[in-house]
Write a protein that binds this ligand. Structure first.
Ligand code: MG
Ligand code: MG
Ligand code: MG
Length: 307
């Protein structure tokens, strides 16, 4: 029997990698044989976590065969999933995103909670299944919570995330602030990425009936630093708009220390959509969005409503 594959979304972030690894650990504790895999290169923040644990990244896969048994974490949309997902046998989903672009032919296990991070849901599953949490999975789960909630500062953060992180940090023997800041900062080392790589590092595409748009996000400790490459960034964004026939591309440069974002928005009605969504006028295709750090709760819903 081929193992069940568990994976997060394309352009994987720390939550996608850690929650698939943690799900594999939890399933094995329960006598299952799930194997964690990934759908893209790991970013530097995730590399920091894996190096800390001296763990290897899950195996990279590009597509799956028809009928392959899979388990999805940290996503549900097919357009953010693996090639071939339409014909896979989806056994379950553990996720904290809205449900869209998702359909199965068989009944499935579905655990969705509006928490700040997928691993907070997994933390609850450990408890429900009475499984002990050991140091490795504690580090993986804590890291994902720190990443997705930007050290509990994002408006996506819930009481459950805070409580889980506190308990996990004590098992992991990490100081949340010191470890978390080091980990987040490792992810902001972006100098050796090309502009094309930068806009794809954490990009998600959203398809509606007649519109398609991408919201891409990077974390930084200096927005100014990224904007030194503004002109070149606009060129590669424009190229993607043409190649993927997008209506809008929003590139959010998020200052993780001050919890703000500068966006570069290009596309047919970019000015109009951004004005309606955030009350800001694009100047030179850019706008500063005070207090905006979350794609899921701030960028996506406002753009989705107004595009
Ligand atoms: Mg994610
Ligand atoms: Mg997540
Ligand atoms: Mg994210």
């Amino acid at each position: 029997m081929k193992p069940i594959l568990v994976f997060g979304h394309k352009n994987p972030d720390t939550d996608s990698i850690c929650s698939s690894m943690v799900y594999e650990i939890l399933d094995r504790k329960n006598g299952g044989e799930t194997k964690a895999v990934r759908l893209g290169e790991i970013n530097k923040e995730t590399k920091y976590v894996l190096d800390y644990l001296e763990e290897k990244a899950p195996e990279l896969i590009e597509k799956i065969e028809e009928g392959q048994q899979v388990f999805l974490v940290d996503h549900n949309s097919f357009n953010q999933s693996v090639e071939g997902i339409e014909n896979a046998n989806i056994l379950g989903v553990i996720d904290h995103h809205r449900i869209a672009n998702f359909e199965t032919s068989e009944p499935l296990y579905y655990n969705a909670k509006p928490y700040g991070c997928t691993t907070t849901i997994l933390f609850e599953e450990f408890k429900q299944l009475n499984q002990p949490i050991e140091k490795k999975e504690a580090v993986l789960m804590a890291s994902a919570i720190i990443s997705d909630t930007l050290l509990l500062k994002s408006p996506t953060t819930t009481k459950q995330d805070k409580e889980a992180l506190e308990e996990l940090a004590s098992i992991a023997q990490i100081d949340v602030h010191t470890y978390g800041l080091e980990m987040l900062k490792a992810g902001t080392d972006l100098d050796d990425y090309s502009c094309e790589e930068l806009i794809n590092l954490d990009a998600k595409q959203f398809d509606k009936e007649n519109t398609s748009f991408v919201i891409s996000q990077i974390n930084t400790v200096s927005i100014e630093d990224i904007l030194k490459r503004e002109e070149e960034l606009k060129v590669v964004i424009q190229k993607q708009i043409e190649e993927k026939k997008l209506d809008l591309f929003v590139f959010a440069i998020t200052d993780i220390l001050n919890s703000n974002s500068e966006i570069i928005a290009l596309g047919k009605n970019a000015k109009d959509v951004i004005k309606k969504a955030f009350g800001e006028i694009l100047q030179n295709d850019k706008a500063f969005l005070e207090g905006v750090v979350s794609r899921k709760k701030q960028l996506l819903p406002n753009i989705d409503k107004n595009i």
